[in-house]
Design a protein around this ligand. Structure first.
Ligand SMILES: [Zn+2]
Length: 382
């Protein structure tokens, strides 16, 4: 693999370091520094990129997304090209690694899709694994999940999904107030899978018990759950109170008000991960779509269930989430970048490999123009 030197960049990686350079070799960060010292390190065969003062960040990591470019990851078992086409859209917007989310479906169908994602991941470094958003969700907070397919968790279902995932299952969203949920959280955590609280009617105490039991993610905070009331603090406050829990946020200006997004960042510093929760309509025209088995209408980029008008998945990309964070939400750039890089890497247990641009880390990076549009990206140096 060729080596690359990127110089004269403002490196944003926890802190901002102007006039930085970085050298990639064999898919990893080999060295970094400031000023003109890159010339001492560069070989004649290196590709040299003059960033011209633009911003360079670690590659963006999406913990939760369902597709893009008219394709959904739920199609994986029928047509594996869906994965590559959807990921290509997100890559153009700065995502370098992604966990592929599947909506509620029968356990057999989910197992088949997990196997398809496993096969795809063998050739596609962008794929970090799979996320099951359902079927173990609450009826009243189901969002865009088919009510007929919701069910409680039991050992047989969890075992079948763990076996089909075979190490590629990263995350399972569960409503903790339901029968069997506690045992399911135990089994997932024991297998190294992140248990997430979401699409839930749980109050503060119930959510707190799930986190104490080992759940470590709050699925799209504020959406698909009770909000924060001063006498009924709810699952978001329980997640803020639990130092090992990461809060996902869909920061598209539609799902959560920008000031409430800012509140989440202040309430859980270093523990908010911005996700896309993108559906097939991301990077694709408005119109009629399917989310799992449910009809969705997308108007002006906002996806709603055709039947009920309930807000469904987003059409967000991570670069747009970044712009929203520093724009409407008023967050510092380095905080917003961390919510796309080191925070999601850490929650997956990949904090020593991904999410930073220190020597030894994967050579995943995004070069951004002054308006935070993606100019170029690298995955494992390529
Ligand atoms: Zn989702």
């Amino acid at each position: 693999m060729g080596s690359t030197v990127i110089h004269s960049a403002e490196l944003v990686d926890g802190v901002r370091t102007p006039d930085s350079w970085i050298r990639f070799e064999n898919g990893r960060v080999a060295a970094r520094g400031t000023g003109g010292s890159w010339r001492d390190q560069a070989c004649a065969t290196d590709e040299v990129v003059d960033a011209g003062g633009r911003i360079l960040t670690p590659g963006f990591i999406d913990l939760h997304g369902h597709g893009a470019g008219t394709r959904a990851f739920d199609e994986a078992a029928d047509d594996p090209s869906a994965i590559a086409e959807a990921l290509a859209v997100h890559r153009a917007h700065g995502t370098t690694r992604a966990v592929l989310s599947l909506v509620t479906a029968p356990v057999d169908a989910l197992a088949e899709r997990l196997r398809a994602i496993r096969v795809a991941a063998a050739d596609e470094p962008m794929i970090l694994g799979a996320h099951l958003e359902g079927p173990f969700l609450d009826h009243d907070f189901r969002g865009a999940h088919d009510p007929a397919l919701l069910r409680s968790a039991d050992a047989a279902a969890i075992d079948a999904l763990l076996e089909a995932g075979d190490g590629m299952l990263r995350q399972v969203t569960i409503a903790p107030e339901h029968e069997g949920a506690g045992e399911a959280i135990d089994a997932l955590v024991a297998a190294g899978v992140r248990a997430a609280v979401g699409h839930t009617s749980a109050d503060f105490d119930t959510a707190l018990r799930a986190f104490d039991r080992g759940a470590s993610i709050l699925t799209h905070a504020f959406n698909g759950m009770r909000g924060i009331h001063h006498r009924a603090p709810g699952p978001v406050t329980a997640a803020m109170r639990s130092p090992h829990v990461t809060l996902e946020v869909i920061n598209d200006g539609v799902h959560v008000h920008p000031d409430v997004v800012a509140l989440a960042f202040h309430g859980a510093p270093g523990r908010v991960a911005m996700i896309t929760d993108a559906m097939a309509a991301a990077g694709a025209p408005d119109g009629a779509y399917l989310l799992g088995s449910l009809a969705v209408e997308v108007i002006d980029g906002v996806a709603r269930l055709t039947e009920s008008g309930t807000i469904a998945g987003s059409t967000l990309t991570l670069d747009a989430a970044l712009r929203q964070a520093v724009g409407a939400c008023g967050l510092p750039l380095e905080t917003a970048v961390s919510a796309l890089t080191r925070v999601p890497a850490a929650v997956l247990g990949l904090g020593a490999e991904l999410g930073r641009l220190d020597p030894g880390y994967a050579a995943d990076a995004v070069l951004l123009d002054a308006d935070l549009a993606v100019a170029r990206s690298w995955i494992a140096g390529a």
